[in-house]
Design a binder for this molecule. Structure first.
Ligand code: PLP
Length: 481
């Protein structure tokens, strides 16, 4: 329905990355996995999240084969569903053979809605509820233990379910090897080691050693190894090597204390993308993901081998690398204000949809999605229609834009929909999955009624019959409970 033939174009080609499914159509419009942005908006409305199935699959395959090629023992890629929890995205991860990382009942629900293999799914979290642990036991997941009280609670649940539960201990890797400044940490940057020590996640070596002994003494628990995650703190591959080495040294310290040699090592996510929006910079990151896998596996190998430890199975939990460039947020230009020598181009999406602009200074590439071959003629602030929020992009070179033109925010596949807000009572956009010219709705657009569907007006505050209540709209009455 939306298929077009396409060729690479001027504004897009300098920022294209290997697995993008983005091209320029004959009229200069953005084409996403064979679907023209204009036809998508005409058919499904604006704003609209668009996810390329091809890009998701290419990213997953690249990680699955890239990791396997660099590690002599079995490997596993666990998709971090927190980056994009569309059920269809998880279903694609299933079909590519990816496992999963889940936090909480919501992510477990989303992961299993598409029929995941429980033996490839881990439950993470530093304060897991009884309901979450019980569900993990029932499903037969690996639990990455990150709190002292989880061990007896999990052991008791495993006994009453008559199961043996696989567990990894989440470690704090606070080696001086990673005591270097990371400019991309919040509030202007800081030491990675300090960030690890200050965060609630992970167990120190002495605490982990104590829990390892407790777990070893519990027949209902099977201590398979360790989990670590530091997040996207550096785009320098040398850091990833130092990180791998530091992980191995922490594991070796624990081996000395407990005799435990891990069968599994789950090293989390945090692999920066080529359009590295979290860096706050628009220029491309020169390092492909393979450079991070090279660094990480080299550091781990050196560390394990120098301590005479056997290499374990290696798992990673990538989120942003899988989903990031698979998603594009399309919007439509509204009012264009030219005043005081400045131009503000309003679009119908906002920081409600790209909240990390306000939360962490994420900088998105914004394209005039119908005019990719037109040269920029002015610098504009692209802004949303809300009564608050930073510009979506400040001082961006753009062709002449007018009401009805299209704007696209790239890399909206990761940490965008899931951080979404409804400030000013704005309903959430729909999401479509595109694949070689075909589009399918994978998330329905919300209505205003949806936004308020969980609100209740107590009976005593309800407008009298015949007053000026919203025509045709009946506010739900409170049940009194
Ligand atoms: C435990 C864990 N694993 C994996 C991820 C995914 O990280 P990323 O999206 O940077 O790959 C996160 C993200 O915060 C996480 O907390």
């Amino acid at each position: 329905m939306c298929a077009v033939s396409a060729s690479a174009g001027d504004v897009l080609s300098p920022i294209l990355t290997k697995s993008d499914s983005l091209t320029v159509g004959p009229g200069g419009e953005l084409v996403i996995d064979g679907c023209s942005a204009r036809s998508l908006v005409e058919e499904y409305g604006s704003p609209l999240f668009v996810i390329s199935e091809r890009t998701l699959r290419v990213n997953l395959r690249r990680l699955i084969t890239g990791l396997a090629a660099r590690w002599p023992r079995p490997t596993r890629v666990l998709y971090a569903i927190k980056s994009n929890n569309n059920l269809a995205v998880r279903a694609i991860a299933n079909s590519e053979g990816a496992g999963g990382d889940c936090f909480g009942l919501g992510e477990l629900h989303a992961t299993f809605a598409g029929g995941a293999d429980p033996s490839t799914i881990v439950l993470n979290g530093s304060s897991k509820s009884d309901a979450e642990l019980a569900r993990a036991v029932e499903l037969g997941l690996t639990v990455n233990v990150d709190a002292e009280d989880e061990v007896p609670r999990l052991a008791a649940m495993a006994v009453s379910a008559g199961r043996r539960v696989r567990v990894n201990l989440r470690l704090k890797v606070a080696s001086t090897r990673v005591d270097h400044f990371a400019p991309d940490l919040p509030h202007g940057g800081g030491s990675i080691r300090d960030a690890v020590l200050e965060a609630q996640w992970g167990l120190s070596v002495p605490l982990a050693a104590r829990l390892a002994r407790e777990i070893a003494a519990s027949p209902s628990l099977d201590l398979t190894g360790y989990h670590v995650h530091v997040g996207r703190v550096s785009r320098d591959p040398a850091f990833h090597e130092a990180w791998g080495r530091a992980i191995a040294e922490t594991v070796a310290e624990l081996h000395t204390l407990t005799g435990l040699a891990p069968r599994v090592l789950d090293v989390g996510g945090g692999y920066p993308r080529e359009r590295d929006v979290e860096s706050g910079r628009l220029e491309l990151n020169p390092h492909p993901v393979e450079a991070y896998l090279d660094g990480l596996t080299a550091g781990l190998r050196q560390g394990f081998e120098s301590h005479g430890l056997e290499l374990p199975e290696l798992w990673i939990e990538p989120g942003r690398y899988v989903a990031g460039n698979a998603g594009v947020l399309l919007g439509t230009v509204g009012s264009v204000k030219r005043d005081l020598g400045k131009t503000w181009v309003h679009v119908d999406f906002s920081v409600n949809n790209l909240l990390r602009i306000d939360l962490m200074g994420v900088t998105y590439h914004l394209l005039a999605a119908g005019k990719l071959r037109e040269a920029p003629v002015e610098r504009v602030d692209v802004v949303g229609p809300l009564c608050a929020g930073s510009p979506l992009g400040a001082d961006r070179p753009m062709p002449r834009l007018a009401r009805g033109d299209l704007v696209a925010a790239l890399d909206a596949g990761m940490y965008a929909e899931i951080f979404t807000a409804r400030y000013n009572g704005v309903p959430l956009p729909a999401t479509v999955l595109v694949n070689d010219g075909q589009a399918e709705v994978i998330k329905e657009r919300e209505s205003v009624e949806d936004v308020f569907s969980h609100h209740r007006i107590p009976e005593r505050l309800r407008p009298p019959v015949g007053s000026a209540a919203e025509p045709g709209y009946s506010a739900p009455a409170s049940s009194g409970r």
